[in-house]
Every structure is written in C-alpha cells, then in structure tokens.
Design a protein around this ligand. Structure first.
Ligand code: SF4
Ligand code: MG
Length: 338
C-alpha cells in the first residue's frame, strides 16, 4: 500500500516563562493506506502536540513548529499557506476528539452540520446528494434509523452514539487520514471496544490511514499495525505491533506492557504493575536519556548523553543505550566530559 503521510523529524517547541518546552523533538513515522498506527505515551509525552502539529493547529505564540517535514500528497504541508491548509484540514486529514461536543455544534441538527461540512469542501455536491451521503455514513457507523435520526440534535444521542456521529462526520468527506486522539476514554469499556472496532473496520473498508493517539497500550494491541512509543517528546521505540509485544526492548515499553490491565490477574486481586516516578519536565532538558530517573537499568552514559537510535531489524527501532556498542557509549561519555 502507498504511504499516505510521511512525518520526518518533526519538532514543535513552546516558549514559556520557565524556558523552552521541546514538546515534540524529532519525531518521524509514516502511515500507509488502510494502515493504523498507534502513538502511545503518558500525558505530556508529546503525542497530542504531534497530532496538532500534523493538523497545523499549534497555538502560536507560544507554540511553533520549528523543524521537520510532513509530506502529504507529495507536498510538505508545513509549508502550505493557511488557506491551502484549510482545504486539507477536516477534509483530507480529519480528526476525532475525546469529546464529540468539541466538533459537533449543539444548536444544529446533525443533518445540517454534516451537509454543511461536505458542501464546504466539495462545492459541486448538491444538498440532496450531501444528505444522502450523510445518511449512508450514519448507517455505516451503526446508527439505527439513520434517515430519522439525522434530523436530531447532538444532545438527543447517547455518548457512544454521539461518538459514532462524529466519526461519520469526519469520514463523510472521504478523508485519507483520520487522526483519533484518545477517542474513547470518556466512554464505558464496551462502547469503547465497539468504537475502536468501528474505526478499524472503516479503515479497512475505505483505505483510510488512521493515527490513533492513546495512553493505553492495551487499545493498540487490538487494532494497530504499527506502534510508536513516545516519551518526553521523542519516539523511544517503534515497531509493528506483533514485534513490539514479542520483543519489547525499551525499558519504558516493558513497563507499559506490564501495566496493561489483564483480566486474569486483576480478578485475583493482584496489584497492577505501574512505572514508578514522574514523567519528566521537558523544560530545558539536559542531554541525557529522559527516562533515566525511572529506569532500573540506567548506566552512567544514560545520564550524560541522549541514546542513539538503533535498528533491531524488521523496522524495529529503539532509542536506548542498552543496544549501543561499548565503543559508542565510550565515545558519548568522552564527549560529555570535555
Ligand atoms: Fe534506561 Fe539508559 Fe535505556 Fe534510558 S538509555 S531507557 S536510562 S537503559
Ligand atoms: Mg492528549
């Protein structure tokens, strides 16, 4: 399948009174047609800022995309004018949020909002055509009696149904990329699973590339082809999902996998594993592995230099000193001590 979105060395910084926050610092990944990639990390890891950068929705000031490229349809969208970007955002690259009410207008019927969204991006589609397409999308996402329900207001739907409406709206423009930022955290577990299944199904059916942003590695296992684990603004491990579970290599990833709740252990009342310590403050971070204060395998070099990215084969990459050569560690230590 062809690559739909190619993110290269993205850097997004924020200026604060306390210093520069390197919220996203050199993130690279790509998504292909019909593929789902998971971006996993704790809050503050930079996953949401990554997503807002792709949509060019970073509030500036204080934020700024200071480096990198985001290639979509052969062009670097970071270089487009705001006007050009508007023809992509919400149409070719769509987004669904944790709270559907951030993208649904409470005062307008679903029919009105969906028809307007389609016609905003496709001027030559008639109202009737747009309405029919909207009804089809609602059926596709599993809204019963879609012809009738489309005349309702957002508050007339339950939380899960509203989430479905939002997904239908996001996909009604045949988006090529769908970004879902913690799309289900506000919903109960059964509905969560249904919504995620729905996104996966639509991605397969329509060839949509999906970027799923979540703090929950358990969610990723069920539906992503690839995973990027983020920590302190960087990707610390990237692999196919199977590979990541078979060979978790970064100590942080190991911790995340151990902390995924499992039915069998929680039932017995065992305490869940959790990673000790706090996520790092990313203001003026010195050169070091930002995970070192929480890492039980930390070495001297981890406190002195940022780890090299190592390719473990099959596209599995890890940024951790455990995988570097002795000579590389020695060189980093020598440089740090100058
Ligand atoms: Fe731990 Fe060092 Fe690897 Fe960082 S680089 S995760 S501190 S072993
Ligand atoms: Mg977030």
């Amino acid at each position: 399948a062809k690559t739909v979105l190619d993110v290269k060395d993205l850097q997004t910084y924020f200026k604060t009174d306390a210093g520069i926050v390197k919220a996203v610092d050199g993130v690279s990944f790509s998504v292909r047609e019909g593929e789902t990639i998971g971006i996993v990390g704790e809050s503050g890891s930079g996953k949401s800022v990554t997503n807002l950068s792709l949509m060019r929705l970073i509030p500036s000031p204080p934020g700024k995309i200071v480096g990198g490229e985001v290639i979509f349809e052969g062009k670097d969208i970071l270089k487009l004018s705001e006007k050009q970007m508007r023809s992509i955002r919400g149409k070719k690259i769509s987004m669904i949020f944790q709270d559907p009410m951030t993208s649904l207008n409470p005062f307008l019927k679903i029919s009105t909002q969906m028809v307007e969204t389609i016609r905003l991006h496709e001027k030559d589609v008639s109202k009737q055509e747009a309405l029919e397409r909207s009804i089809d999308m609602l059926k596709l996402v599993g809204i019963p009696s879609a012809e009738k329900r489309i005349q309702n207001y957002p508050h007339q739907f339950s939380g899960g149904m509203r989430q479905r409406v939002m997904i239908a709206q996001a996909l009604s423009c045949n988006a090529e990329v769908l970004i879902a930022d913690e799309p289900t955290t506000a919903l109960d577990v059964t509905i969560q699973a249904q919504i995620l299944e729905l996104i996966a199904k639509l991605s397969n059916q329509m060839g949509t590339a999906v970027i799923l942003i979540t703090h929950d590695l358990g969610v990723v296992a069920g539906m992503c082809d690839q995973v990027c684990v983020m920590y302190a603004g960087r990707i610390v491990e990237k692999a196919t999902t199977d590979e990541l579970y078979a060979r978790p290599s970064h100590p942080y990833t190991e911790g995340l996998i151990k902390s995924v709740p499992r039915m069998d252990t929680t039932k017995k009342g065992n305490r869940l594993f959790s990673i000790e310590g706090q996520p790092p403050n990313v203001i003026d971070l010195p050169p070091c592995c930002p995970f070192h204060p929480r890492c039980h395998k930390a070495m001297e070099v981890c406190r002195q230099a940022y780890p090299l990215v190592k390719d473990l084969g099959k596209g599995h990459e890890v940024a951790c000193w455990l995988f570097a050569e002795e000579s590389e560690k020695q060189r980093a230590l020598n440089e740090a001590n100058i």
